[in-house]
Design a binder for this molecule. Structure first.
Ligand code: DGL
Length: 262
């Protein structure tokens, strides 16, 4: 079982930002990634639909023998992980917006969170804010349109810049000093966001924390791959793989995104 792969899925290519941290911290692990880009974005979909897609993605990864599943999508994590844990025996790692460190460290007692509607409206986000952000204002902003622009490779477009200004300006007026990225696609936007928010705002995402959490669970379950044989890295996508491949190439790894009918 130790040699079996870690499975990861996202509504698209955003989970690569989590993959990046996982493969740095756990270089011996075999990894299989599934991008359900055909159904992207999940953000505006109903909870039932998000659960349906997450079940399908999980079944795919389990058929490939995955020993643990990382739900590398905030929207699926906040809406579907409870259901997945109730119906499957493997461990699930969920991502969630890093409200806690932002709230703990905020000096202005005002933090911003940029996420999809599905994440912002979720019970999990409500509970996290209640628990960890007492006495701190949490300014929520739906990142409408951002995931679709990223999925279509339009990260540097004027349309993207305009949307980012539109979403950031109200938060800046409220004097946020932390910006929480509550969607795994958004770390791709950090260079542009930094230009808009400047030095006074710290941008945080959950990638590193998720990698650490995965390591802890693998250790607890005796599932760490102690062998160093040939490392498997498989990337599947159910839409045109070009943008996915472009991001994968930036890791200088010899990986090929495989197009699936799924
Ligand atoms: N990467 C997903 C997330 O973290 C994107 C959501 C979407 O597909 O709308 O929420």
């Amino acid at each position: 079982m130790r040699e079996n792969p870690i499975g990861m899925f996202d509504s698209g290519i955003g989970g690569i930002t989590i993959y990046d941290e996982i493969h740095k911290l756990l270089p011996n692990e075999n990894i299989i990634y599934l991008a359900d880009s055909k159904n992207s974005p999940y953000g505006g979909k109903s909870k039932e639909k998000i659960i349906e897609y997450s079940v399908k993605n999980t079944d795919f990864l389990l058929k490939k023998g995955c020993k643990i599943i990382i739900v590398a999508c905030n929207t699926a994590s906040t809406n579907a992980v409870k259901h997945l844990r109730e119906h499957y025996n493997v461990p699930f790692i969920r991502v969630q917006p890093a409200i806690k460190p932002a709230a703990l460290n905020s000096k202005t007692k005002t933090v911003g969170i940029l996420a999809t509607n599905g994440t912002l409206e979720s019970e999990l986000l409500f509970e996290t804010s209640q628990k960890f952000a007492r006495g701190v204002r949490v300014i929520k902003q739906i990142g409408e349109g951002l995931v679709s622009l990223i999925e279509s490779g339009n990260i540097e477009s004027i349309e993207m810049t305009n949307l980012l200004y539109k979403y950031m300006e109200p938060m800046l007026k409220e004097n946020i000093d932390f910006l929480v990225l509550g969607c795994t696609h958004y770390p791709f936007l950090i260079p542009q966001l930094k230009k808009i928010v400047g030095d006074k705002v710290t941008i945080i995402d959950s990638g590193e924390a998720i990698a650490r959490q995965t390591k802890v669970i693998l250790e607890q379950e005796n599932l760490i791959n102690i062998y160093n044989n040939s490392i498997v890295r498989e990337f599947y996508i159910n839409k045109n793989p070009d943008v996915f491949q472009y991001f994968l190439n930036s890791y200088n790894e010899n990986i090929k995104a495989v197009k699936l009918d799924f």
